[in-house]
Design a protein around this ligand. Structure first.
Ligand SMILES: [Zn+2]
Length: 303
């Protein structure tokens, strides 16, 4: 099954590369937001690539940076004049800042109220997700998790099971901004389209398990991302913002009992079951701040 998908993907990549005329659908003064994670970057499969302690981490910072630069280049070709990138993995300090173009801006480190979408507002025309992964409730996908690896077992908004891509799409949606393209493994591209709706997808690897994948080579991934970002921005009018009707009901299920027990001391939090709490926010900014608080706070946090 994976092999068939790989062939189809490579074929469509080649075919589209021949068919797409560069700059054919250029628009003026596009403002583009790029949220970059790392688990979905080409070749990344385990912690060896994903954090400062991993023996391949420094190399994969370069590969992640190259994927973001591929998206930036394609956005520019499509007419983007303003680009904001958020480094949204791990410590938020993965992208090699000196390797990014001088005329973009970068959001780094944590905490931040809008999490992986910090800086998005109604002036943006499109949002792009690079290096994303599937949700903690998905049986498929490399490093599948939602926000806090291994600590959360489900996140729901208005009763819908969320992945990071759909939470972030809902934040963008509150500002009227559609998500137009996502890259990552086959599982996240499928899940994001199923939950959020139509968007272009760049499948850069095929999940074989939580810590294994069959993967494209880096240069092929950069080419695919460039092509899919171009395809997305060429049909920008097709994409709808993903909107959560407010007030928004958030449910978070924890792996452990204690976060649910203690969070439910707050009068704004309801205990749904042993592992689950509920919070109602007026909009996605309130929801995002609540999630950021829940996953960051501990009395020992410093400075
Ligand atoms: Zn990540």
């Amino acid at each position: 099954m994976n092999r068939t998908k790989l062939s189809a993907q490579l074929f469509s990549l080649t075919a589209l590369a021949l068919l797409v005329t560069p700059g054919a659908a250029q628009q003026d003064d596009l403002k583009v937001y790029i949220s970059a994670d790392m688990e979905g970057v080409v070749g990344a499969v385990t912690g060896d690539q994903l954090g400062p302690g991993g023996f391949e981490y420094q190399r994969f910072r370069e590969i992640m940076t190259n994927e973001v630069n591929a998206a930036i280049e394609a956005a520019r070709e499509a007419g983007a004049t303003e680009i904001l990138v958020s480094d949204s993995h791990g410590n938020g300090e993965n992208l090699l800042i000196e390797r990014l173009p001088p005329d973009i801006q970068l959001v780094r480190s944590w905490p931040r109220p809008l999490m992986m979408m910090e800086g998005i507002d109604e002036t943006f025309d499109a949002a792009i997700f690079i290096g994303y992964h599937s949700s903690t409730t998905n049986t498929e996908g490399v490093r599948a998790h939602t926000i806090s690896s291994a600590n959360l077992t489900a996140v729901r908004l208005n009763g819908v099971e969320m992945l990071e891509a759909s939470i972030n799409a809902a934040i963008a949606g509150d500002f009227g901004v559609p998500v137009v393209m996502i890259s990552g493994d086959d599982a996240v591209v499928e899940e994001a389209r199923r939950v959020v709706g139509d968007m272009e997808g760049a499948v850069v690897k095929w999940s074989l398990g939580f810590h294994s994948a069959r993967t494209l080579m880096p240069e092929a991934s950069y080419a695919l991302i460039r092509e899919r970002v171009g395809a997305a921005l060429a049909r920008l009018g097709d994409f709808q913002p993903y909107r959560m009707e407010g007030p928004v009901e958030l449910e978070i299920s924890f792996k452990n009992y204690m976060p649910a027990e203690v969070m439910a001391y707050l009068p704004i939090v309801e205990r749904v079951d042993a592992h689950t709490i509920r919070f109602v926010g007026q909009d996605m900014t309130e929801i995002s701040k609540f999630i950021a608080f829940t996953t960051r706070y501990g009395v020992g946090i410093a400075p």
